[in-house]
Write a protein that binds this ligand. Structure first.
Ligand code: GLA
Length: 383
């Protein structure tokens, strides 16, 4: 991929450029908790975005996407938003950097990625973090890594229409080889946890349903609004509740009849998910993968029945995993399609993957994709 990008850069713009990379992410547990001020437990993966970037001495960005085989040009003023969705991520990162007082001038770039799109692995966060990191490095803006992650998050909010939390951009900025990171999304305290399932006889595998839901971003924003609504109701009785994750289960019960049933169920899931992240981290520190896996199943149940971000294909994959004694399995990421993440004993791996492929194809008429992921480094300059 690196050589292809360099060749294309030379062909389109001439000469060579500095190379930057960033990563997609997985999340072992802690879903839809980030914008509720709770915990998440992600890690960067060995699939990401690579970009060649060189200042061009103008005030225009000229960008070439190898994956879309498309080139575009845009200025750096608010009114210059490009038409292509992929270019809006780069434009947004430039604008958000400028809003924070950073310097950005025109540049030429060619980029490509190998994060499967729509699989819930945060290809967009990888793109944002790659450019946020590169721009900060090239113009020596001295913006810290948390703010770089927030530049990506604000890009989603202000230029892409998704009211996302901080998890994806955090993981792709802070990712470290061999480690998952537990982040408290309220205080932004974080801790690296070495994660080596293979050493304990397990494998982590993603099964991609290849289902993508059109309205996923509006459904996502709706989930967030439900949580904020529930938190606001609880806050009337308990002013210390800033985020939903500050609330106790009992406090939610107190407002049950005051909020729509739907909002209650969403909040019930979020409050349960908080404790599960802490339980999984404790279990992993003891090397107890069985407990971690059981929590993953509980999360799937909550995401499917209470938060309602699963779908028929993902529920089916989760059931198959349970039937085959896979240690842990659940829908990963925002939901509405995409992948299940599975923690599976090494000796069961081949059989599980074979069954998932065969039975899923027979049931749904298309094969799922299988990704083995390696926990890797996040945003960086390539040497
Ligand atoms: C998407 C968002 C994240 C997070 C997850 C769900 O990936 O970008 O901020 O909310 O969904 O956990």
């Amino acid at each position: 991929m690196i050589a292809k990008i360099q060749d294309k850069f030379k062909a389109v713009f001439g000469g060579s450029a500095d190379m930057y990379a960033s990563a997609g992410r997985i999340n072992l547990i802690g879903e839809h908790t980030d914008y509720n001020g709770g915990y998440v437990f992600p890690g960067a993966i060995d699939k990401g975005i690579v970009a060649a970037i060189r200042p061009n001495g103008t005030n225009k960005v000229r960008a070439f996407s190898l994956d879309y085989n498309e080139q575009t040009e845009f200025g750096l003023e608010e009114a210059d938003k490009p038409k292509q969705a992929w270019a809006c991520y780069i434009f947004g990162v430039c604008r958000e950097t400028i809003k924070r007082g950073g310097k950005v001038e025109g540049f030429d770039t060619v980029f490509a990625g190998d994060v499967p799109l729509g699989a819930g692995l945060s290809s967009s966060a990888a793109l944002e973090s790659c450019f946020a990191f590169a721009i900060n490095d090239i113009w020596q803006n001295g913006i810290d890594k948390f703010e770089l992650a927030k530049i990506g998050q604000s890009t989603e909010h202000n230029y892409c229409g998704v009211n996302c939390g901080i998890m994806d951009q955090f993981a792709s900025c802070f990712g470290k080889k061999g480690c998952l990171i537990r982040l408290n999304c309220k205080t932004l305290e974080y801790k690296y946890f070495p994660f080596d399932p293979e050493a304990a006889g397990y494998k982590l595998v993603l099964v991609d349903s290849c289902v993508k839901h059109e309205l996923a971003s509006s459904a996502y924003n709706k989930r967030r609004a439900s949580c904020e609504n529930a938190a606001a109701a609880i806050r009337k009785n308990h002013p210390e509740v800033e985020f939903l994750s500050d609330a106790k289960r009992l406090w939610l019960e107190e407002v049950r009849t005051e909020i729509p049933e739907e909002d209650f169920l969403r909040a019930e899931y979020v409050i349960g998910e908080l404790q599960r992240v802490l339980d999984v981290c404790d279990a992993l520190e003891r090397g107890d993968f069985e407990t971690a896996g059981e929590m993953m199943y509980q999360t799937h149940f909550g995401m499917s029945k209470l938060y309602e971000v699963s779908c028929e294909e993902l529920d089916w994959l989760n059931k198959l995993a349970r039937k085959m004694d896979v240690t842990g399995s659940r829908v990963m990421g925002g939901g509405f399609g995409g992948c299940t993440i599975n923690l599976v004993k090494a000796e069961l791996y081949d059989a599980f993957v074979a069954e998932a492929k065969e039975q899923f194809s027979a049931r749904f008429g298309h094969a799922p994709k299988i990704y083995d992921v390696v926990i890797s480094d996040g945003a960086r300059k390539l040497q």
